[in-house]
Ligand binder design. Sequence first.
Ligand code: SF4
Ligand code: SF4
Length: 346
Amino acid sequence: MAGSKVTVVISQAQGRNPIKRQLEEDIATALIAEPGIDVSLVPHLYDMSQDHSGMLFLRSVPGNVVVLGWLYERAIRWTLDRANIRGKDGMTLLKSADEESDDDEEEEDTRQYNGIGSVNVPNRRVYCIDLRASVSADAFVREIRRISEENSVQTVDLMSWIGGSPQPEQLQRYLQPERLLEARRAFDSGSATHVDKATLPEDTGRRWYPVIDYSRCTNCMECIDFCLFGVYGVDALDRILVEQQDNCKKGCPACSRVCPENAIIFPQHKQPAIAGAEGEVSGLKIDLTKLFGGDSGESAVEMAIKERDRELILDGREAVGMSVGIKQKVREEMDQLIADLDALEF
Ligand code: SF4
Ligand code: SF4
């Protein structure tokens, strides 16, 4: 690893989708031969626990790192941040379809976010790329070469161990990507031996929890007031954090709908705005309430209340409707909306 300019980490898809696996393999195989690039594969980023060896490996990467995954770029960045894998934002030119900026000037991103930002950001770059941005491995390889060249002329303050203290044997599997690819192929085809299985990283079950984008989050604490399942907490600096991620109710994105800064990402949600797509939530001309609301026209707050009540009832608790954790201003807006709708009936 010493002396390399860029480390590329491919975070693999959930399941065994052969098309996704092939793309991951094609990118990894092409990059193994590239000078100045180290490539590794880890399981799906969102599903790895904080002490999974793949996370320990990511934390151990010195210098600039490119992380490719099956998530929106923003979701990758803030999932990494949550695991203390940080750096300055590296700019990537390869964007998924939902994130490509529009050439029409009127549609430009004009919303300014004044979030509290991340903490302890080391002097290196983290580049995040959505693997859904192209079906061609070449497109990714070209972009990674571009990033590698960009970094070959930059002075990077290399940090030997960014965080965590992985054992050499925990890192070994990630430092031998060819062996990992072989073992993965054997596993997917059902012919894996004990040796292959030992080579693969530990299993990762599917998870569901919110990820906070601190470039947007203003620490207003609305999410902690709204969530009645003990997911949120505060750190030693009184910053909001996702403290008990496994308390979150699978499939429910309620708090993302009430966050005034749209700072809460559920990377696996089907609505791009909630899953972390950049473009769709960034223009002032876009009605955010609709993006975070329901398919059949419910407002974001209506949907959030409905979803939270459903989870409370499933837990054997009482529904609370708007009586808990909804700001007075929002309540007044909702009352007005209901009054307007009532008036329309006549
Ligand atoms: S509601 Fe949104 S902006 Fe407010 S603390 Fe939570 S994540 Fe941050
Ligand atoms: S989705 Fe529901 S359970 Fe999960 S953190 Fe948000 S409010 Fe809490």
